[in-house]
Design a protein around this ligand. Sequence first.
Ligand SMILES: Cc1cc2nc3c(=O)[nH]c(=O)nc-3n(C[C@H](O)[C@H](O)[C@H](O)COP(=O)(O)O)c2cc1C
Length: 304
Amino acid sequence: MSTPVLDKTRLFRNALGSFATGVTIVTARSAEGADVGVTANSFNSVSLDPPMVLWSIGKNSSSLAAFMEAERFAVHILAAEQEHLSGRFAKSGTDKFAGLEIVRGHGDVPLLQNCAARFQCRVAFRHEAGDHYILVGEVDEFDHDDHAPLAFHSGRYGLFVRNEPPAAAEGAAPPLLAELLVRAEDALLRRVEGAMGESGLSLAEYEVLRSLVDLPLTLEDLEDWAGPAQEIPTVVLVEDLAERGLLDAPEGGAVSLTDAGRDALARGTAEIAAIEGTELGGLTPHEAQLLRRFLSRIAASAED
Ligand SMILES: Cc1cc2nc3c(=O)[nH]c(=O)nc-3n(C[C@H](O)[C@H](O)[C@H](O)COP(=O)(O)O)c2cc1C
């Protein structure tokens, strides 16, 4: 018994989805001067000399006629932050360019900004292929930026993470997450502590100021807030910060930040952000962003 046609198509789609790709938006300008654009992951490189790329457009796309007539198109490789654009350009019958800041490329083709890469092409060939047309373009201008790319796999968006050989010997139990988190926190605090001298704050002092950012607290509340970096008693830290004009600490009253305290806090935050974004364990900013996401999920689970 043969597999029903529909199921076979779906199975074929699912199998194709195993091929992880980037995501592109291909734009053009129709003969009537209308801008068109389609989300496409069928993009591929073809030739280096001359430089050529291809993608394929479905025959049921409402933008098909424009792409079949246009002499030029531009391919935009989307950055990780541009998932919303992918969704927007995959929707038929809407004004896909509404509110977007575009610039004009060769032939007035609309160009999107802040992409990982862009290729401006002159159409070299169009091949009919089943329910799609393959469009091959000769690239006459391109640019690229160091943005992390948006990825697509099995019908879902993803982020690219560099692969690494397993750290542990094969068969050994992986280290416990809890243990890794403690060691990572220790490494992070050491790094931060070492670099924070420049803002004139120790990490413990920074934590005291940060705990007061929203509202004044009593000394007892502050003691409850004491962070992991704090070995010096809170009362000593508060007295010292008040003497330096960073805190208001009236006898028996609530402790609050002064303007100078807010400034010092902002400087400290900028220093920590710079360290987190660039140096930790050789993480790229993109990897640091992923780590932040995973840790936020673990932290949020404590609030469930
Ligand atoms: C990740 C992703 C990849 C896609 N790849 C293609 C593609 O390679 N070719 C294509 O014709 N449609 C592709 N589509 C669907 C089109 O984006 C969508 O059908 C089209 O933009 C609808 O608008 P239109 O009628 O104006 O063309 C893709 C959609 C998504 C979300």
